[in-house]
Write a protein that binds this ligand. Structure first.
Ligand code: MEV
Length: 437
């Protein structure tokens, strides 16, 4: 059994790899080589990546793809996407092309308010805490003046602080609910710094407040942190067209629209379907969020919580037929940044933002929401017509061929062979085996 290691973070990269290979990889030289193969020969670039997190051993590549032809509010975008799933970029590109011929996507930022809380324990009289809060509130605000200076210059900052009595949820639980505008920054560091500073001021003022001395009941800060639930930082994306414009070679537009709306309605009432439906939306959202160096875990957590906001987990998208018009739309919370974080550090993130013509956070919210809506459109379109496996497995063909270490010639022949045939792992193995014999 491997014994615990101390001072691991102090070891240099070679030593860390050596330790790992000795302790977990049976001294396998190939394992060591695999880690080293992904090092970048540009040492400055490698150092930059090494410093993103602790104990970096190597780099982990994901494809950086592009989905062109996204017409959003009358402007064409080529959207960078970072994702491993083979059919996502192709699906986004198809949906983009489809809607660019039908007026494109409309997107609109509804609001941009972020929030965070100072969570408090207090078992005394609520009136004492309320009075104390009124007294201390101005001190909390002036106490973060220096922290807020730059953000205020950019038009952002703390918006409001409210004391919320949450004792119905949990005995003795109060919170200072603080709202913020963080402009083009995602704002996590700014918000957390403000909250921690205010929490310190709050605690130091508590000690001097007489009614608490008298009752011997002192409020106590449990923790202070931003919330990734941002229902007031919301964006809407939509498409619409005449039913006739949905006619396809083998598809009647009206019939297609009815099936489509039904599929979305099912995800609106059935959690088992809603989760997968929304996962398809996140395929598009996460890919752009990652490409632009944003925090996809924060985005995921916030969006899924929003999908369950009325107590049941539901589809994020909605669709309707009104007269002869098909409508498809979505509203989601999105806290994104185009400055700060990785945005000015990671060369590919910088490039992704440049491809998007250096959007501000509001524009990026619109682009990301559209990518999610497009992805959902593509998935539902396939699901209610051909099914997804045909397209999915076509895109997966190259992965199977790579697993089989197919040569370029074998790949070419396989692509031609499977052009009109169903792709399955077995079928590809059989085909390649036959070629080789
Ligand atoms: C696969 O990654 C995503 C889908 O399952 C989404 C959906 O079912 O709507 C195709």
């Amino acid at each position: 059994m491997t014994s615990p290691v101390s001072g691991f973070s102090k070891k240099n990269k070679q030593e860390k790899i050596q330790w790992l290979v000795e302790n977990y990889l049976q001294n396998d030289p190939i394992a060591k080589q695999t880690l080293e193969r992904y090092w970048n020969s540009d040492t400055a670039l490698q150092r930059l990546h090494d410093d993103f997190v602790e104990n970096t051993l190597s780099n982990y590549y994901l494809p950086f793809g592009i989905a062109p032809n996204f017409l959003i509010n009358g402007k064409f975008y080529a959207i960078p996407m970072v994702i491993e799933e083979s059919s996502v970029v192709a699906a986004a590109s198809n949906a983009a092309k489809f809607w660019s011929d039908r007026g494109g996507f409309k997107a609109e930022v509804i609001n941009t308010e972020k929030n965070g809380q100072i969570h408090i324990n207090y078992f005394g009289k609520p009136e004492d805490l309320e009075q104390f809060f009124l007294l201390v509130k101005p001190k909390l605000i002036t106490g973060i003046a220096a922290l807020q200076k730059n953000m205020k210059q950019r038009g952002g900052g703390l918006l409001e602080i409210q004391l919320e009595n949450s004792t119905e949820k949990l005995a003795g639980y109060y919170q200072l609910h603080c709202t913020f505008e963080t402009k083009d920054a995602m704002g996590a560091n700014f918000i957390n710094s403000c909250l921690e500073s205010m929490a310190e001021i709050f605690e130091s003022e508590v000690e001097q407040y007489e009614p608490f001395q008298v009752s011997q009941q002192f409020p106590e800060v449990v923790l202070s942190i931003l919330s990734n639930y941002v229902p007031n930082c919301r964006v809407r994306a939509e498409v619409s067209c005449k039913l006739k414009q949905l006619d396809g070679k083998k598809v009647d537009g009206k019939d297609f629209a009815k099936r489509f709306v039904r599929a979305v309605d099912i995800a609106g009432v059935e959690r088992k379907r809603a989760v997968t439906h929304n996962k398809g939306i996140m395929n598009g959202i996460d890919a752009v969020v990652l490409a632009t160096g944003n925090d996809f875990r924060a985005v995921e957590a916030g969006i899924h919580a929003y999908a369950a906001k009325d107590g049941a987990y539901r589809s994020l998208t909605h669709a309707s037929i009104e007269g002869d018009t098909f409508r498809f739309w979505m509203e989601i919370p999105l806290a994104l940044g185009t400055i700060g974080g990785l945005t000015s550090l990671h060369p590919l993130v910088k490039l992704a933002l440049r491809i998007l013509e250096n959007p501000n956070a509001r524009e990026l919210m619109q682009i990301v929401a559209v990518a999610g809506l497009a992805q959902n459109f593509a998935a539902i379109r396939s699901l209610v017509t051909t099914g997804i496996q045909k397209g999915h497995m076509k895109m997966h063909l190259m992965n199977i061929l790579n697993q089989l270490e197919a040569t370029s010639e074998e790949k070419e022949q396989a692509v031609e062979h499977f052009n009109e045939r169903a792709v399955s792992h077995n079928a590809v193995v059989t085909f390649v085996t036959q070629l080789r014999s």
